[in-house]
Design a protein around this ligand. Structure first.
Ligand SMILES: [Zn+2]
Length: 79
C-alpha cells in the first residue's frame, strides 16, 4: 500500500466503514510510515473536535489540504 492508497482509504478507516483486510493493510502502513501516522492522528483529532461541535463531516478544503501536505512530503522523500 502506498501513501496515496492510504489517504484514499483514510476517511473510511476513521469512520470504520472498511472491510477488515483493508483495515489490516492500513494498520500495516501506519506501522512503518510516520507521515501517514501523523496525518491519521491529526485527522482523527480533527474529527473528534468536529464531532464535539456536532459537525461530523470533515470540510472538503481541510481534507484536500491534508492530502496535499502528505503527498508533498512523500514526494520530497523520493527526491
Ligand atoms: Zn504513508
Amino acid at each position: 500500500m502506498t501513501c496515496t492508497d492510504f489517504l484514499k482509504e483514510l476517511t473510511d478507516y476513521l469512520d470504520a466503514t472498511i472491510d477488515s483486510s483493508t483495515q489490516a493493510e492500513l494498520e500495516d502502513h501506519l506501522a512503518w510510515c510516520h507521515n501517514c501516522y501523523v496525518i491519521c492522528n491529526t485527522t482523527k483529532k480533527t474529527i473528534e473536535i468536529y464531532r464535539d461541535s456536532q459537525l461530523y463531516e470533515l470540510p472538503d478544503d481541510l481534507r484536500t489540504r491534508l492530502r496535499t501536505a502528505i503527498v508533498a512530503k512523500c514526494q520530497q522523500k523520493k527526491a
